[in-house]
Design a protein around this ligand. Sequence first.
Ligand SMILES: [Mg+2]
Length: 270
Amino acid sequence: MTPEASPAGDGLSLSPELLAAVHRVAGTEQLLVAMDFDGTMAPLVDHAADSRALPRSAAAFAALAELPRTTTALISGRALDSLRAVASPPEQTLLIGSHGAEVWMGPGSAELQLDDGQRELLAQVRQQLAEIVDVAPGTLLEDKPAGVVLHTRLAADDVAEDAVAAAKAALQDRPGVFLKTGNRVLETSVVHASKGDGVAFLRQSTGATVVVFAGDDTTDEDALGSLVRGDLGVKVGLDFTRAEFRVEAPAHISELLEALLRERTIAVGA
Ligand SMILES: [Mg+2]
């Protein structure tokens, strides 16, 4: 069945097994609904600043955020500022940015602080990547609080490959520098963190008895791999995954969140 076959958001394009899992997790004591943003809440776009959540996903996610015994979180590779700008998250929603290196747990939450060594290392990494980007048309750098990202989405395939290979050769053995390869991006960070760390931190700090997580990219596998029995992990797209469930596209995440909202609203008696 295609997504278009189910315009009313009745979850009919989700598998019966996935809907049964939604029903099961909705009854838990303390629920954490943690979502990747780009490619999961929002369709992928060429220009990162243009990314927006699908309206149905945003609405269901915001309604979940209002429910008792229910915490929402976004876990993104984006820097927190960038995530806030595109996601406009509900005020109760917890935010994990920079693949786990940045954490926002509400008003008064401390900002990420790099030590002197990390700041120096970050400047060196930036310099080396800048030299690579200078000779690789269509590639560009994005600065984050704990790292620099090499974007190759707008470069020719061979240019992109060469730039990523050069960056890896320059940086992969550098102590204190951590690399992640994503969809036409190479992420560098001077803070060791992953989306799995982000899920573990949120699970503990919210007292979640069940975690629901969905993501589309390779870095989301760290989060999906950190899930335990009773959690619900969903992969968006056709790539390899450790997730128990898979959907094709962000439109199905709308259906998933709407189904979860219906079931959770009943379960908490809201
Ligand atoms: Mg993503």
